[in-house]
Design a protein around this ligand. Structure first.
Ligand SMILES: Nc1ncnc2c1ncn2[C@@H]1O[C@H](COP(=O)(O)OP(=O)(O)OP(=O)(O)O)[C@@H](O)[C@H]1O
Length: 566
């Protein structure tokens, strides 16, 4: 189905960077894309949005030659017809991709990373290091990334790493022109204060006449960087519009078929006199130094910190998935030894890691088994597992968390979209009714509607008395869900923000180590740009949209989402 303008780009003489007509892709089990048209002009930044499972990755993978679409589609890149299913054709026509997993070798220098693809310049069989560095420096400069080519990639900030990946993607632009750059959720792993640097890089790329397909779940970025936006829902293109004609509400309506409005965090249920569900004293590791913290039943406590602060290792270390050198961890008063995730689980801890595919699930096994793994004891009947019970359990969580497709409990995890995988991982842990949730980047890659559902499930768990420790690079998320936020810098816990003190200003100031009395400049800049706290946690309403919308999609799915959220 096609609605809205057929192209948001007009008046350009050059061939469009991308011109897709009638793209359909069917997997066993249904359509991932249905008759999608998409046109991106040279130099246009085009945002692609859609709920989890709406078909964004399938579209990208079709462009890269990984998937062969159903017969009848036409895909032109830079005016030339793509040989579908051929990665070589995609590359030759000038399509380049930067995926969420950037594919950089962290232990090697920037310059080496930029040479791995095209090869190192050599003379008489010897690598010319200086020439490699000079080439790397030019490539970095062309996208506005200021890093030393000799620096190890592992020491770069997330935005710098993404910049290096973009520079690598465009490396041979001079010899073989690049027409299209596809960025798949480039800011999903970036802390708030690094997003702007990445958006500047995108601006530079488009200024070179390269069309950019920018996939994101973050609505603010659409307005900051894109000139046009396309929304997919259940594999169908709902609309393509110039961004200038969109509002946040209208975009949400296209995405979900209903408006979103602010939802307050339920009042804190924890009793300050209760025994802590989690008590950590003197925790030390390679990246953490003398961490003391407590989380009480019913509390949602956040952890904030920039790259290198230790934020991304704290929860794994508490759980025992990462090594700790010293310190004590107690769960509901019970000591949990170092490197013993099994003991932590037995004590009632649930851990959702940031690296979902590597650490959070078994990608080749069915969703049913992935959910069942968390509760093997209760599923055991006689001499074996009760498959029927496992099926009922999985079906229950699929309904509760609106995992799509609903009938997919037997499908391998790898066939679910990223957001739906995350929901399945949550289902596994929720079933255990933990006393303590440790959540690393809990809604990374999750769409706005699903995010609201997961947050709501968390609030319910907290109301039932669970303690929650959330580590997130998403400031908006910390503001929306936390009663307190602990701020880490260089491995130490340096500040605590409580209740109304939690704001984007305060979090940025504390994470960067700016003293409150020196923060006026920062405040001025942020006030002029708006505070993400204004975008509090959304939930659905049935308010009519503020504009006419072509909305022939699956209303039943939205209806059930509304039901869940009321
Ligand atoms: N290899 C596969 N086999 C079967 N179904 C698949 C496969 N890959 C994707 N799908 C299905 O196609 C649909 C679209 O998935 P896709 O990954 O493209 O969504 P998405 O919009 O990228 O989601 P997310 O935002 O969560 O990454 C989903 O229903 C998904 O389960």
């Amino acid at each position: 189905m096609s609605t809205g303008t057929s192209s948001a780009t007009a008046g350009t003489d050059s061939a469009p960077a991308l011109d897709i007509v009638g793209l359909t892709k069917t997997f066993v089990g249904g359509h991932a894309l249905r008759d999608v048209d998409l046109r991106i002009g040279a130099g246009e930044v085009h945002a692609l949005l859609g709920e989890n499972g709406s078909g964004k990755s399938t579209l990208i993978k079709t462009l890269s030659g990984f998937h062969r679409p159903d017969p009848g589609a036409s895909i032109r890149i830079g005016g030339e017809e793509l040989v579908t299913g051929s990665a070589a054709s995609s590359y030759a026509l000038g399509a380049r991709f930067v995926h969420q997993d950037l594919g950089l070798v962290e232990d090697c220098s920037v310059s080496d990373n930029l040479a791995f693809g095209p090869g190192f310049p050599t003379r008489f069989g010897t690598i010319r290091g200086r020439a490699a560095r000079a080439r790397a420096a030019r490539a970095l400069e062309s996208v506005g990334v200021e890093v030393d080519p000799d620096r190890h990639v592992g020491r770069l900030s997330p935005a710098q790493k993404t910049g290096v990946a973009v520079a690598r993607a465009l490396l041979d632009d001079e010899s073989s022109p690049v027409h299209l750059l596809v960025l798949d959720e480039p800011t999903a792993r970036l802390p708030e204060h690094e997003v702007e640097a990445l958006l500047e890089i995108v601006g530079r790329v488009s200024a070179r006449g390269i069309g950019v397909l920018y996939v994101t779940h973050r609505l603010d970025e659409v307005f900051a960087v894109a000139t046009a936006a396309t929304v997919l829902r259940d594999g169908v293109r709902m609309t393509t519009q110039p961004v200038a004609g969109l509002t946040r509400d209208s975009l949400l309506h296209h995405l979900l078929g209903a408006a979103l409005e602010a939802q307050e965090r339920p009042p804190l249920r924890s009793d300050p006199a209760s025994e802590p569900a989690l008590s950590v004293t003197g925790l030390g590791s390679e990246s953490l130094h003398g961490i003391d913290l407590e989380v009480r039943p019913g509390e949602v406590v956040g952890v904030a910190g920039i790259t290198g602060s230790g934020r991304d290792s704290l929860l794994g270390t508490v759980f025992g998935a990462r090594h700790r050198d010293h310190g004590e961890v107690r769960v509901a008063g019970r000591r949990v030894g170092a490197d013993r995730p099994d003991r932590a689980m037995a004590a009632g801890v649930a851990y959702v890691p940031a690296e979902r595919k590597l650490e959070g699930c078994f990608v080749d096994l069915p969703a049913r088994e992935n959910i069942g793994f968390g509760s093997l004891r209760s599923l055991w009947r006689g001499a074996g597992l009760s498959r029927r019970r496992e099926h009922d359990l999985a079906t229950g969580w699929f309904e509760r968390l609106d995992v799509r497709p609903r009938s997919g409990t037997e499908r391998a995890m790898s066939t679910f979209s990223g957001g739906n995988q995350q929901k399945i991982v949550y289902g596994k842990w929720f079933e255990r009714q933990p006393v303590l949730f440790l959540l690393d980047e809990p809604t990374q890659g999750v769409d706005v509607g699903a995010k609201a559902e997961l947050h709501r499930a968390l609030f319910e768990a907290a109301e039932r008395g669970a303690a929650v420790l959330v580590s997130s690079s998403d400031t908006e998320e910390l503001i929306a869900v936390c009663d307190r936020v602990l701020v880490l810098r260089v491995g130490e816990l340096v500040e605590e923000l409580v209740g109304d003190e939690i704001s984007a200003h305060a979090l940025t100031r504390a994470c960067l180590g700016i003293e409150p009395d020196q923060a006026s400049d920062l405040m001025e800049v942020m006030e002029s740009e708006g505070d993400p706290a204004d975008l509090r946690h959304p939930h659905l309403t049935t308010d009519p949209p503020d504009h006419p919308v072509d909305d022939r999609s699956d209303r039943a799915a939205v209806g059930s989402l509304e039901g869940d959220l009321r």
